[in-house]
Design a protein around this ligand. Structure first.
Ligand SMILES: NC(=O)c1ccc[n+]([C@@H]2O[C@H](COP(=O)([O-])OP(=O)(O)OC[C@H]3O[C@@H](n4cnc5c(N)ncnc54)[C@H](O)[C@@H]3O)[C@@H](O)[C@H]2O)c1
Ligand SMILES: Nc1nc(=O)c(N)c(NC[C@H](O)[C@H](O)[C@H](O)COP(=O)(O)O)[nH]1
Length: 214
């Protein structure tokens, strides 16, 4: 058994999550409210360490009123997370998923901050195993916020159930982080297939919502 996973991003029309210059101001204010309503509905929010290192996100519900904050999950193979990262603050519970490569002292330092460290995987975090562990902990829904590398692994492993994307009316061009990176599928047959279930204008952009066809 695994939690229900919703993948959400804000992306440019050409599918990028950030410009080649590292600027990721993509979602309009209305979309950020939509994202925080999503955050308020799920048990946990999950990102890769690349996102933490670039954005230093809080991963809490702060754009709308909410009684609780979801659990924050960071996938971080070699525990590169800085101890002063905002996602480690006291505003919500945080789980770091890492691998056997992780430095034991760093694990202790994180646990001293009240962070739960889950070791699962040798080189990279074993995401299938992680989903089972999180389900056993009572987590039934996860908002996967990216970035492109973690999104690839989650789609590749068939762990994503729903997709919602905000497409901003912008073209970034260049080779920067896209919605789903990684090695990619070789053929259309292998590609993840989606069923469009809703779409609507939001601010200057458009939101598309899909179910993943399993
Ligand atoms: N616009 C948006 O909606 C949005 C959302 C999230 C992130 N971003 C942007 O995306 C960029 C970060 O994306 P990224 O791809 O560099 O990093 P990422 O956030 O996807 O983190 C990837 C890292 O997670 C770790 N990891 C451990 N186990 C893994 C596994 N099994 N599979 C994959 N990764 C695993 C690895 O260290 C890997 O490098 C940043 O620039 C951020 O601003 C944008
Ligand atoms: N949906 C979305 N649209 C964006 O334009 C953007 N840059 C992100 N980025 C995802 C990142 O993980 C964090 O959502 C932001 O960096 C905000 O972080 P906060 O948790 O609000 O501090 N996500």
């Amino acid at each position: 058994m695994k939690p229900y996973v919703i993948s959400n991003v804000g992306m440019s029309l050409d599918g990028k999550l950030v410009t080649v210059g590292g600027d990721s101001r993509i979602s309009c204010e209305e979309d950020l409210i939509r994202v925080h309503k999503l955050r308020a509905k799920v048990d946990a929010i999950m990102v890769g360490i690349g996102t933490v290192l670039k954005d230093d996100p809080r991963l809490t519900v702060h754009k709308i009123k909410s009684e609780k904050n979801p659990i924050r999950i960071v996938v971080d193979s070699s525990l590169r997370i800085p101890l002063n990262a905002r996602v480690l603050n006291k505003e919500a519970k945080t789980i770091i998923a890492t691998t056997e490569k992780a430095n034991k002292e760093k694990i202790k330092a994180l646990e001293n901050l009240g962070v739960e460290v889950i070791v699962c995987g040798k080189e990279r975090v074993d995401l299938k195993k992680l989903m089972e562990i999180l389900y056993e902990k009572g987590i039934r829904s996860i908002l996967l916020e990216g970035g492109g590398t973690l999104n690839w692994s989650m789609f590749k492993e068939g762990l994503v159930d729903e997709v919602s994307v905000y497409i901003a009316p912008m073209i970034f061009g260049g080779k920067s982080v896209s919605y789903v990176d990684g090695e990619g599928f070789k053929s259309v047959d292998e590609a993840v297939k989606l069923k469009l279930k809703n779409f609507y204008k939001l601010g200057e952009g458009i939101v598309l919502e899909f179910d993943v066809i399993k």
